[in-house]
Design a protein around this ligand. Structure first.
Ligand code: GDP
Length: 137
């Protein structure tokens, strides 16, 4: 049993598709172990995306992630990390496979609907960034 972190980004929250995205997870064998809607501060977003600090798109990414509330979710299940990445689709929605969350709900690479941990090691770090252990059931 694995745990991974999902973030429904501000574009998808603004579109009103939180429920539709959470349904993708539950319909595909992932359990919602914890979830909450929050507004990230600039400091939160900079810390969360620190690995991308040297990339040219870093400031745009941080501005976007604080442009509205997000929904952070701990997903649990067999192969949860890889399963979530598969359900998300490619980073650029134009390259995302049909039926994936990004193909169906995202507009472009800046506003691409969801984040998902990309390794089990990062999943543990990202979950601890947002949730205390007692909040995960
Ligand atoms: P992910 O794991 O599929 O989310 O992709 P990455 O870890 O490579 O990138 C993190 C996030 O940075 C992506 O989800 C995008 O929101 C953003 N991003 C990545 N590449 C680009 C880019 O070339 N331009 C812009 N504006 N944003 C990007």
């Amino acid at each position: 049993m694995e745990r991974t972190l999902s973030i429904i980004k501000p574009d998808a929250v603004a579109k009103g598709v939180i429920g539709k995205i959470l349904d993708r997870f539950e319909s595909n064998g992932l359990r919602i172990a914890a979830t909450k809607k929050i507004q990230l501060s600039r400091e939160d977003a900079e810390k969360f995306y620190a690995v991308h600090a040297d990339r040219p798109f870093f400031n745009d990414l941080v501005d976007f992630m604080i442009s509205g509330p997000v929904v952070v979710t701990v997903l649990e299940g067999e192969n949860a990390m890889a399963k979530n990445r598969e359900l998300m689709g490619a980073t650029n929605p134009k390259e995302a496979a049909p039926g994936t969350i990004r193909a169906d709900f995202a507009e472009n690479i800046d506003a691409n609907a969801v984040h998902g941990s990309d390794s089990l090691e990062n999943a543990a770090i990202e979950i601890a960034f947002f949730f205390a252990e007692r909040e995960i059931a």
